[in-house]
Design a binder for this molecule. Structure first.
Ligand code: NAP
Ligand code: 2RA
Length: 398
């Protein structure tokens, strides 16, 4: 079994269950620590948590992960899937074996991993036997159908789609913010929306220091956020227009080359789009901040890669530019690029293919009390998808 959940059982196969009489939190910690120290096979790591029942019995719940896991990428041929493969390699993730899955259309294709050609195979219900971690990036309907099957087969799923993000039984994780939530997964962990993740890389450290109440934001989202076909659409339309021909449309409802579309994802009865509501809904869950409010306008722009977001944030406490800058300079996964006098500010051209997000244009908001404006840019294929997923996988094997 690749992954084991056990109530009262804290070893990798059939060792003695750890039940202990306990009355204090100290005993609970002891039970969890002992389960890891004494009963784990060398090649396995356990995340153990202990719970005190009403009858004073400690129940240890342990989840085991192979330290050289067999990893599957579901949607391996897509814009995100390709980045997942590259990120696993670049970060030297200790992949024991790599399985690449996509639709029947891609069977026969080969993709490189660490200098080797790996053949893509078709995703089926039987694809997950023996797989420890599956990075899903093939759209919401595929995730809804196959992620529960994978989890049932003993695999931990890290899902890039929106299918499980609001499910109370599924942690939604940005490792720089709420890595500890990985621990309570029940087989599926959700990766957040890319625009939300990139915004929170700057907003969350400010929230910790000043307590965010609400944000007003506009996004400038790259076409690769819509997937491989949209990258091709922008390329094709640029060529057509430069050649004096009419732009042909397949992916977007309007021409995207030399245009901007105030339309990302589908419209809700409120007039907002689903994409726009993700900032509030997912932001609340990731930051553990149920009162967080966000009014967002999401815009698709003719940029190939990296999303940018203009944010006006209102805080509980007074915030100065200097104090905000000091906080942001220490934030993990974030670089402050803020020298407008030297024409230095974050731009998608420069954040593309970078792991870190960048924040700049930091200034007091002149229309909000305790308000701050900033501009954040980040590679949504990486921090908004592949990198974040691999970071979650790294948490799983810690
Ligand atoms: P994409 O470029 O269109 O790739 C889609 C992938 O899914 C391809 O590998 C495709 O395989 C596979 N697929 C489609 N239908 C399938 C099926 N029936 N069975 C198995 N595989 C199937 O899309 P993407 O941009 O990578 O996005 C994938 C997911 O990640 C979506 O849920 C998206 O919302 C999410 N996401 C994307 C981004 C981003 O910046 N792009 C950011 C965050 C989250 P074939 O090549 O064989 O068709
Ligand atoms: C977008 N948020 O940019 C999505 C990524 N799939 O459309």
């Amino acid at each position: 079994m690749a992954r084991g959940h056990a109530l009262g059982l804290a070893n990798d196969s059939a060792g003695p269950p750890i039940f202990a009489k306990a009355t204090t939190g100290r005993t609970l910690r002891w039970a969890a620590e002992r389960s890891q120290r004494d009963h784990c096979h060398q090649e396995m790591r356990a995340t153990a948590t202990a719970q005190l029942t009403r009858r004073g019995v400690v129940i240890v719940c342990a989840t085991f992960m192979n330290r050289h896991p067999h990893v599957a990428v579901v949607g391996a041929t897509g814009a995100v899937g390709i980045e997942m493969i590259k990120t696993l390699e670049k970060r030297n993730f200790p992949v024991g074996k790599l399985t690449l899955l996509a639709s029947a259309r891609s069977v026969g294709k080969k993709l490189k991993f660490k200098g080797q050609d790996i053949a893509v195979t078709e995703l089926t219900k039987d694809s997950f036997a023996g797989i420890d971690i599956a990075l899903f990036s093939a759209g919401g309907s595929i995730s809804k159908e196959y992620a529960p099957i994978a989890a049932k087969a003993g695999c931990v799923v890290v899902d890039n789609s929106s299918a499980f993000r609001q499910d109370d039984n599924v942690p939604l994780v940005v490792p720089e913010i709420n890595a500890a939530d990985v621990k309570w997964h029940k087989g599926i962990i959700a990766n957040p929306n890319c625009t939300t993740a990139i915004t929170l890389m700057a907003l969350y450290p400010l929230h910790q220091a000043f307590g965010v109440k609400r944000v007003f934001a506009s996004s400038y989202q790259a076409v690769s956020g819509t997937g491989a076909k949209a990258i091709e659409e922008l390329r094709r339309q640029v060529g057509e227009i430069v050649a004096g021909k009419p732009a042909t449309k397949e992916v977007y409802p309007h021409q995207i080359a030399f245009n901007v579309l105030p339309h990302v994802d589908s419209f809700l009865p409120t007039g907002y789009t689903k994409e726009e509501m993700k900032m509030e809904n997912e932001g609340r869950k990731i930051m553990h901040h149920p009162g967080f409010r966000a009014s967002v306008t999401c815009v698709r722009v003719p940029v190939y890669r990296s999303h940018s977001i203009a944010v006006s944030a209102e805080f509980e406490k007074p915030v100065s530019v200097e104090a905000a800058r000091a906080v942001l300079k220490k934030a993990p996964g974030l670089d402050v690029v803020d020298e407008p006098e030297n024409k230095k500010y974050p731009m998608p051209l420069f954040t593309s293919e970078q792991y870190n997000c960048e924040v700049g244009r930091i200034r007091k908001d002149c229309a909000l009390d305790n308000g701050l404006c900033f501009w954040v840019s980040g590679d949504q294929l990486l921090k908004g998808a592949a990198l974040n997923a691999v970071q979650i996988a790294e948490e799983l094997i810690k």
